[in-house]
Design a binder for this molecule. Structure first.
Ligand code: ZN
Length: 379
């Protein structure tokens, strides 16, 4: 009996399959439409991007709404995909990003009417069971060229006031604005104004003091603060040094794709290892539709002669954006190619890998904690 138990325990360990919840994907970004700096390089590949994510264990994705029109478009994209199979569960946030809040003033309607439109869109998204968070809203003092500070402060507060009408978690954006961010947010917590008790500060890139100040809000009037990390959060040694301070029950992960990838120049890059591993149990050997000829190619040194590049850590082809449509080896791969310098949700396992290496935490624990926290907050 004992022996049998040990065997079954071992087999569960061996069989661990990661499950990811990418809480930040900007699906309406023009790069997913093949448009790079105003030039069309390839066809829209949103469906392929999401299928690739699903195949690489991304079970749920929270798409980011960053303006009224983008939030609306995100909801439309989710609706248009509802009959597709082999996709992650797709949800969306609705809100206006600090870099976009001048739309309140540029619109042909009054600020109140613009807020009313936002409110209507949220109600619509809730009815459709698509909206899972209010955001992204917040402050971004790194990019004041888009919105000056005074305007950011006004519209962060106005949107927080609107948020009090809904039982939705907050999806918050904060860049080098920690004290002002807390000054505006804290009264809402003090007065218990937000119905939903969960707040995510996404794409954290701050310093130790900022992290401590944000985590100090946790538990205040029973509000829960979560922090999500992506490649941009892991781009400096100073942040790598502090991520162990994020308790596992506060941690989420995201790609913020098509942005915020882990780059070769980042200190985090050296922690990445080639799959198959616990983060990507996929292996060419297990790819169903790949014939022996391709396995041979993938395992050999002939890739260069064939003009075929694979991602450095994953068995997925990778091309420059303008070579995507003419990629010759489509039929050999289940995945469509990744695109150089464009992040995708299927790369979220790399974020988990770096966090696990840096914090010296068990990979399974990192993956499961981030997933369970996200499910608990966004469903
Ligand atoms: Zn953001």
């Amino acid at each position: 009996m004992l022996k049998k138990n040990i065997i079954s325990m071992n087999s569960t360990l061996e069989k661990f399959i990661p499950k990811y919840y990418d809480v930040g994907v900007n699906i309406t970004d023009s790069m997913f439409n093949g448009n790079y700096h105003g030039k069309i390089h390839h066809q829209n590949d949103i469906i392929q991007v999401l299928k690739k994510a699903f195949k690489h264990h991304v079970n749920d994705v929270l798409l980011t709404g960053s303006s009224l029109s983008e939030s609306n478009k995100t909801i439309e994209i989710i609706q248009s995909l509802k009959n597709e199979i082999n996709l992650p569960n797709l949800y969306s946030t609705v809100g206006i990003h600090p870099c976009a809040v001048l739309e309140f003033e540029n619109a042909s309607i009054s600020v109140d009417d613009h807020l009313f439109k936002l409110e209507n869109l949220i109600n619509k998204g809730i009815k459709l069971n698509i909206i899972r968070a209010f955001g992204e809203i917040g402050l971004d003092y790194d990019r004041l060229n888009f919105t000056p500070i005074d305007k950011q402060l006004i519209y962060f507060e106005k949107q927080l006031n609107l948020a009090t009408k809904f039982n939705l978690p907050l999806f918050l954006h904060m860049r080098t604005a920690c004290d002002d961010f807390i000054k505006i947010l804290k009264p809402f917590l003090e007065k218990n104004l937000l119905i939903n008790k969960n707040l995510l500060i996404h794409s954290f890139t701050g310093n130790k003091l900022e992290l401590e100040k944000l985590l100090n809000l946790n538990g205040f009037n029973n509000y829960n603060i979560y922090i999500s990390l992506n490649g941009a959060s892991l781009r400096d040694n100073s942040t790598l040094d502090i991520i162990h301070l994020i308790p596992l029950n506060r941690l989420m992960i995201e790609t913020d794709s098509p942005w915020c990838e882990i780059k070769k120049s980042h200190p985090s890059y050296k922690y990445l290892e080639k799959s198959p591993n616990i983060f990507y149990p996929c292996d060419y050997e297990n790819y169903n539709n790949i014939g022996n000829d391709v396995k041979e190619i993938l395992n050999s040194n002939t890739k260069k002669n064939l003009n075929l590049s694979l991602h450095e850590f994953l068995p997925i082809p990778i091309v420059k954006s303008d070579k995507f449509d003419s990629f010759k080896y489509k039929s050999f791969f289940e995945d469509t190619p990744l695109i150089k310098n464009r992040n995708e949700p299927c790369l979220i396992g790399l974020v988990a890998q770096v966090i696990s290496k840096i914090t010296k935490q068990n990979p399974q624990l990192i993956i499961e904690s981030a997933y369970n926290n996200s499910r608990q907050v966004f469903g």
